[in-house]
Write a protein that binds this ligand. Structure first.
Ligand SMILES: Cc1cc2nc3c(=O)[nH]c(=O)nc-3n(C[C@H](O)[C@H](O)[C@H](O)COP(=O)(O)OP(=O)(O)OC[C@H]3O[C@@H](n4cnc5c(N)ncnc54)[C@H](O)[C@@H]3O)c2cc1C
Length: 449
């Protein structure tokens, strides 16, 4: 019998499981995990399949689609509980009705709550807060590899720390509770810096005590920084600022990059067009994307269920904050050199985030200190995969840390360098939970075993 083909949302990750099954209840998950004849290993839960790596693939195994387990179960004064397949944006919008908000308001709305609780995520840390969604998961309910029910809470901090980095390897999450907080007005503004200016001014930008997200333009040696802060504001909020940002991020920028690479035949002309486009974008961001009163929820984007020609992909590594300006200069040189030697450059503006030190999850990329990231973005224009391999080498050489669900193509050696003995600790738990490797796919076997 022909095997079903499963593609990631963006289309670049293709796999062939034996079975794909949509679950609607905890009992469905239990029956799957208990019946390895009908549902062969590896068993991998997936939400919206937005990951840019093979973390959720199950070659010859079973893919468990969680998206119908999407109930919002309870909203309390400082928590929200939802099914593992509920979308982050739906829960976030429900919180808005209660004058509440998530701590971390990522741009990706399609992320499932199950994946949010046990996988890597990033958003610029608001002052005094974490930038990883899972750090606010306080109760995780799952079905273990042998089909038993388990609840992990803050009463067992070590197990919770492991669960928040478990990527479905210790069990399938069917319900999760996140800590939330009262809704607050958020100010936003953008400023553009040359690389030299950014290098000298970074300490004072950090001292502003605002979140720092940034757009990187390696071929122009320019950085546009997005500053955000909570503060008290009255009157009606501005609801167009994030709409404009989201339209450019979701459609216009990737769509333009795609069209330029498809229809413009030569690299010099493509470069002229893409650099001109981003000069205009830098100007407009500084001019238009500012307000003293926006709503945090408005940052989150709902992408179409099935991607279209404006889809994009990206990768990410995080670097120690203390060395970041050196790394950034080297990253810009690396991109320029790579273009000179191989004729390849990414066709969408790169991004990055400043994220606070965070030991809430075992594979946290900011486990040992504050980090800043440098993330290439593209529409998978020809040459992207080879570029990523060189990028991974560059990042590992500069003591970067990758994310298992968002940094494509990194190697076992690079994993060991980034996470050291945390791998052994995870493996000890994993082997205890899953002695028969019911949930272990080739991707994690290669990187962790
Ligand atoms: C266009 C685009 C924009 C993005 N923007 C951002 C962003 O701004 N910030 C950010 O942090 N990320 C971003 N991402 C990455 C994305 O958030 C993560 O990859 C996230 O994991 C996707 O959620 P998902 O539900 O699609 O997970 P999936 O890709 O379906 O799964 C991810 C991992 O979690 C496991 N898993 C999923 N559900 C469960 C469950 N119920 N129980 C146990 N394990 C489970 C899977 O097996 C897999 O290992 C973006 C991705 C794309 C394509």
């Amino acid at each position: 019998m022909e095997k079903p083909e499963v593609r990631s949302w963006e289309g670049g990750i293709v796999s062939y499981p034996s079975v794909v099954v949509q679950v609607r209840s905890v009992d469905d998950i239990v029956s799957i995990l208990k019946n390895s004849e009908k549902y062969p290993s590896p068993v991998r839960a997936v939400g919206s399949n937005h990951s840019t790596t093979r973390c959720g693939t199950a070659e010859n195994g079973t893919v468990v689609n969680m998206t119908k387990m999407n109930q919002i179960i309870a909203v309390g004064p400082d928590t929200v509980t939802a099914g593992g397949g509920a979308l982050y944006i739906d829960v976030s919008q429900e919180l808005l009705k209660h004058d509440l908000q998530f701590y971390v308001n990522v741009e990706i709305g399609n992320m499932s709550m199950g994946s949010a609780a046990c996988g890597g995520t990033k958003d610029a840390s608001m002052p005094g807060e974490f930038g990883q969604v899972c750090s606010y998961a306080t109760k995780i309910k799952l079905v273990t590899p042998s089909g038993e029910l388990l609840e992990v809470t803050e009463d067992d901090p070590e197990l919770l720390q492991i669960m928040r980095s478990s990527y479905g390897l210790l069990g399938i999450i069917y319900e999760v509770t996140f800590k939330v907080k009262p809704l607050r007005p958020m100010a936003v503004e953008h400023k553009t810096y040359s690389l030299d200016e950014f290098e000298t001014q970074l300490p004072s930008l950090i001292a502003r005590e605002e979140s720092l997200m940034y757009y990187l333009f390696p071929h122009q040696s320019v950085i546009t920084v997005e500053f955000r802060k909570y503060h008290d504001a009255s009157g009606p909020p501005n609801r167009t600022v994030w709409k404009m940002r989201n339209l450019v991020w979701k459609k216009i920028a990737p769509g333009f990059g795609y069209l330029v690479w498809k229809f413009v035949p030569t690299n010099p002309l493509r470069t002229l067009l893409i650099d001109g486009f981003y000069r205009l974008i830098q100007f407009l961001m500084t001019l238009l994307l500012k307000s003293s009163h926006t709503i945090p929820q408005d940052q989150t984007i709902r992408y179409p269920d099935k991607s279209n020609w404006t889809r994009y992909t990206f990768s990410i590594w995080a670097f120690p904050e203390e060395t970041f300006t050196k790394v950034l200069r080297a990253y810009f040189e690396f991109c320029q050199d790579y273009y000179r030697k191989h004729g390849y450059r990414t066709n969408v503006g790169n991004v990055g985030y400043r994220i606070m030190r965070d030991t809430s999850s075992l594979f946290s990329y900011s486990f040992t200190g504050n980090v800043m990231t440098a993330d290439p973005v593209s529409t998978r224009n020809p040459g992207w995969e080879q570029f990523l391999e060189a990028y991974n080498e560059f990042c590992s050489r500069h003591n970067g840390v990758p994310l298992f669900n968002q940094s494509d193509r990194f190697t076992r050696e690079q994993t060991v360098k980034a996470f050291g003995n945390r791998i052994q600790k995870f493996q000890d738990y994993r082997r205890r939970f899953d002695p028969t490797n019911r949930l272990l796919n080739d991707f994690f076997r290669e990187l962790l075993d």
